[in-house]
Design a protein around this ligand. Structure first.
Ligand SMILES: [Zn+2]
Ligand SMILES: [Zn+2]
Length: 382
């Protein structure tokens, strides 16, 4: 198949998916569309834990390639023919492109199958909504027989066509918390005798930043963000309850384990100082994403061979974003790579309602995924 033929096919697939984005595990249409595509290509996909798995070739060992299926709950801001037809949902994280690239890899692997072992294509639900779709698929046994796993994520933060690789920790653990400040209400003009939950919450938000500035080694990355705050009923009523929700990002496992205790102690202290009570919940999210060193080096070789030495970008620093592909990499060696889509014209970041990309990138991604699947089998001798 010629490169521009594959390019045209993948662009169509991406647009078909893009026009009907679905969220979380509610992926009926996406699943049906992919099932038909995979069947057409001669595969027998099976539905697993809300996602799809299709095997290619035989042999005891397999290389797994993963793409996410879910979109984000936001309105599409693009004025394009393939804009979202599902109000309030948009593929703004590139997952539509990931599905198209994985399908492209299948087409290429059909033409030129691996000499050793088989390939498992995995389409995963609910990456954007923790606890995520990866765990369910892992529990269903999708890693049985799998020796290595790869995933490729579009990234407008990198120049178009560059492939970002990084051995070791690449993305953060992403945990969430909910603080409930409980005070006691009264007239806004006569605050004496009340416990103002808004005032206490404001102090708590400020104090939490000391976790970053004063409670940890300054050389150890940490983010604490309060992203949501909700409380009060009227301008002249002292609020008796404020709920704060936020996220904690860490790279280090020990710091990660310490964070709930530090967060609770600090917020409980602030509440106590003002006579308020604290409700505390800590919601563990995705673990840090750690790329296997050997397979990352192997992947770098594949990038150079397949797309050219100039496309390889060795990333020096990890990102504080989270990814549930981390769960796969806790079980099998593998690596997560970024494929750059940034350019003058396509400059919106991921999760922006106008995020879009030049679809010529899809064939590059498909070729790289196919090469990773084909060659890793030989390297691992599976
Ligand atoms: Zn995302
Ligand atoms: Zn994503």
């Amino acid at each position: 198949m010629k490169k521009n033929e594959v390019q045209a096919i993948l662009s169509n697939v991406r647009r078909a998916i893009h026009a009907y984005p679905e969220i979380g595990f509610n992926l009926e249409r996406t699943r049906a569309y992919l099932t038909a595509l995979l069947q057409e290509a001669g595969c027998q996909p099976r539905a697993v834990a809300g996602g799809l798995v299709a095997d290619l070739g035989s042999g005891p060992g397999r290389v797994l390639l993963r793409a996410e299926m879910d979109a984000l709950p936001l309105a599409d801001g693009k004025k394009v023919s393939y804009a979202s037809q599902n109000a309030g949902a948009c593929h703004a994280c590139g997952h539509d492109g990931h599905m198209a690239m994985l399908y492209g890899a299948l087409l290429l692997l059909k033409e030129n199958p691996p000499a050793n072992g088989g390939v498992r294509l995995l389409f995963q639900p609910a990456e954007e909504s923790p606890p995520g779709g990866a765990l369910g698929m892992l529990e269903a046994g999708v890693l049985d027989g799998v020796r290595a796993a790869f995933a490729l994520h579009l990234n407008p933060g990198l120049p178009y066509g560059k492939v970002g690789v990084k051995a070791g920790v690449m993305m953060a653990a992403a945990d969430n918390f909910r603080l409930t400040v409980l005070g006691s209400s009264g007239h806004g003009a006569m605050p004496q005798g009340t416990v103002d939950a808004v005032l206490v919450a404001a102090h708590a938000v400020t104090a939490l930043q000391a976790l970053v500035s004063r409670f940890r080694d300054p050389l150890e990355p940490l983010v604490v963000t309060v992203g949501k705050i909700h409380g009060g009923t009227a301008s002249n009523v002292v609020a008796d309850k404020v709920v704060l929700e936020g996220t904690v990002r860490t790279l280090d496992q020990q710091l990660r384990q310490e964070m709930p205790g530090k967060l609770e102690a600090l917020s409980a202290g602030v509440c106590a100082a003002f006579g308020a009570r604290l409700g505390f919940e800590y919601l563990w999210g995705y673990p840090p994403l750690i790329n296997n060193r050997e397979l990352t080096n192997q992947a770098a070789v594949r990038v150079k061979e397949t797309l050219g030495a100039e496309t390889l970008l060795e990333l020096e620093r990890p990102l504080m974003g989270g990814e549930d592909f981390a769960y796969f990499l806790e079980k099998v060696p593998g690596t997560f790579l970024f494929l750059g889509t940034g350019s003058e014209h396509f400059r919106y970041p991921l999760h922006h309602c106008c995020f879009d990309f030049n679809e010529d990138i899809l064939v590059h991604g498909a070729r790289l995924l196919a090469a990773l699947a084909r060659e890793t089998g030989s390297v691992l001798n599976i």
